[in-house]
Design a protein around this ligand. Structure first.
Ligand SMILES: Nc1ncnc2c1ncn2[C@@H]1O[C@H](COP(=O)(O)OP(=O)(O)OP(=O)(O)O)[C@@H](O)[C@H]1O
Length: 369
């Protein structure tokens, strides 16, 4: 019924193959998980979640399960096949093709991806399912440039959890790190109280913000090294104090002032900035504005309950889908004003050799006035 054609990729638990299905008369993806790599309970959880998400009216932006079978050694999940792979690999190709002065010709529709991702997350939440591992590797691309949210292996059918080991560190919400000290056996004996709960939907909102951030900059907002958890918490603190200054200093300055590398903790990749082009983020002010919206709505560090995907979408819509006849539209001048006045960047933190003039470059979107 299924003819394996080639291996697509091996993840932590499974290997995914492209296959032809005579049953469905189409290409499918076979996600094959050896039984020794997973427990029956966690496979059942993934199966139950996929069954719910795929039944009746499957969401167009969620990678549906078409079939499932098992034998003595393997679990096989038959999934819709996404021709263009995942967003992480896709951006890697774009990054390898482009340079800051000559970006890759690959263009991605940022707004479309944002809207489809939010729609998929909101659909899952409406069914009581939180994904808990949203990241570029789990966002698949179809040949039409649509996305499908995949890998529901860490999903939970609950709005609450006190499991602090779930997800991918670089994209996890701050509250999913703390919990009860380390979960180590010794500490557990000393502290028999149950670990505190966090809201899984709000944790998904954070991961959504961290994923979009990756799409914009081609790098993670936070990188977590297991041996440097303290450093990581310090980064959260610094981010919380002034999210925009944090992003500006660590991600924007090094990119714009190409070659500047005085910051100790900069990743070398930061020098490679706009190697690919977002169709609808034509200039750096659009990038700033999107970052500002994200830090206001999705990337709230301590007040997780104030994260809101609805207001994120609302603000994105307002900024980019405005009626150009309205006075309140987000004009080029208002973008500049917003940047210099409202966001009050601490210019002292900017290196003296930084070319401020870069900010005067004309915007590709014409002001309507
Ligand atoms: N339906 C699909 N169509 C095309 N490619 C896919 C599909 N499903 C998965 N892949 C590819 O295989 C990779 C691994 O898949 P998946 O994340 O589901 O496996 P995993 O073992 O749960 O991975 P991990 O736990 O390491 O994140 C994806 O990042 C993607 O590149």
């Amino acid at each position: 019924m299924y003819t394996k054609l080639r291996s697509i990729q091996s993840g932590t638990f499974s290997t995914v193959y492209k296959a032809w299905s005579t049953k469905h008369n189409r290409y499918v993806a076979l996600k094959i998980t050896p039984k020794y790599k997973t427990s029956e309970a966690s496979m059942k959880n993934e199966y139950d979640v996929m069954k719910m998400l795929s039944s009746c009216n499957p969401h167009p932006n969620i990678c549906s399960m078409l079939d499932f079978y098992t034998d003595d050694s393997y679990y096989v999940m038959v999934l819709e096949y996404c021709e263009c792979g995942d967003l992480y690999d896709f951006l890697d190709i774009a990054k390898s093709q482009g340079t800051p002065s000559s970006p890759s010709l690959i263009q991605i529709d940022m707004q479309k991806i944002i809207k489809q991702l939010c729609s998929a997350i909101s659909f899952a939440h409406s069914l009581g399912i939180a994904h808990r591992d949203i990241k570029p590797e789990n966002v698949l691309l179809t040949i039409n440039g649509d996305i499908k949210l995949a890998d529901w292996g860490h999903a939970i059918q609950s709005s609450k959890s006190n499991d602090f080991q779930i997800g991918t560190d670089n994209y996890r919400a701050p509250e999913t790190f703390s919990g009860r000290v380390n979960n180590s056996l010794i500490k557990r004996k000393l502290d028999p109280s149950p670990a505190p709960f966090y809201n899984t939907y709000q944790a998904d909102y954070w991961s959504l913000g961290a994923t979009i951030f990756y799409l914009v900059f081609g790098d993670c907002l936070f990188r977590v090294s297991k041996s440097k958890r303290n450093q990581h918490l310090k980064n959260f603190d610094e981010f919380e104090k002034d999210p925009f200054a944090f992003i500006y200093k660590k991600y924007v300055v090094p990119r714009l002032a190409c070659g500047y590398n005085a910051e100790e903790d900069l990743h070398s990749s930061l020098q490679h900035s706009r190697q690919y082009v977002w169709q609808d983020l034509p200039d750096i002010y659009d990038v700033f504005h999107l970052c500002k919206i994200m830090s206001d709505t999705l990337l709230r560090v301590s007040k997780a309950e104030e994260r809101s995907m609805d207001s994120f979408i609302e603000q994105v819509d307002f900024a980019w889908n405005k009626d150009l006849s309205m006075d309140s539209c987000f004009s080029y001048q208002s973008k500049i004003d917003l940047f210099w006045e409202q966001w009050s960047i601490n210019t002292e933190s900017i290196p003296s050799n930084f070319p401020f003039k870069n900010f005067e470059k004309p915007c590709l979107v014409q002001d309507s006035k």
